[in-house]
Design a binder for this molecule. Sequence first.
Ligand code: G3P
Ligand code: CA
Length: 243
Amino acid sequence: MQPAVVAHRGASAHAAEHTLAAYDLAIAQGADALECDVRLTRDGHLVCVHDRRVDRTTNAKGVVSTLSLAELSLLDYGGEIGVLTLDALLGLAADHGVPLFVETKHPVRYGGQVEARLVELLATRGLARPSTKEESPVVVMSFSTLAVRRVRALAPRLPTVLLLTQLWPTLRDGTLPPWADHTGPSVAMLRRDPEYVARAADHGHATYTWTVDDPADVELCAGIGVRWLATNAPAATRATLAR
Ligand code: G3P
Ligand code: CA
């Protein structure tokens, strides 16, 4: 089976990341799923922003967690006014029937509030208790073991991905801690150790890898059985997969 194409921050190679325009474009380009990062505003809303600060992606300066949703809604995100809320993105994903991979950022700083708020929001949309993990419209991911464990404790039926920038010695055999369903190595890790995907599969874990824009990496992922690949350019990645 070919890997599913996950639009990383939307079709962020061709539209400003984490904007509605980027996600609309991703869907138009045939993405199978969407990816976003989430942070909490000062007043407790989950918004789709990668960096701790808004400086790189907006016309202003400041730390996301010190700004209110109203303040973030006034900024220009590369031509789109107003921050994208996770609630709005969940709505867009539902309208198009595409799964959403939600990555929580900096859970330690917020003392667990990001995951609690995320599960609460998913519950209001009836998404916190999917009938099966396979069919879940939302997958939660983090580099933070604490965050993934919290999500598992709060919503055991939600599928989780543990993102990895390096393979801990204890995970080299393809096992994962019991609270992680799937593994999320960087594509650089897979270049060094392509057999890892098969070892993880032997233990029942599918592989989500990021960020895969280079055609050689796309071909590598397809050849070793990666299940989901996150790309900034869904159309180009799909074209490579179709070759
Ligand atoms: O999809 C996972 C990937 O997004 C992790 O890295 O920095 O782009 O959030 P980053
Ligand atoms: Ca991310």
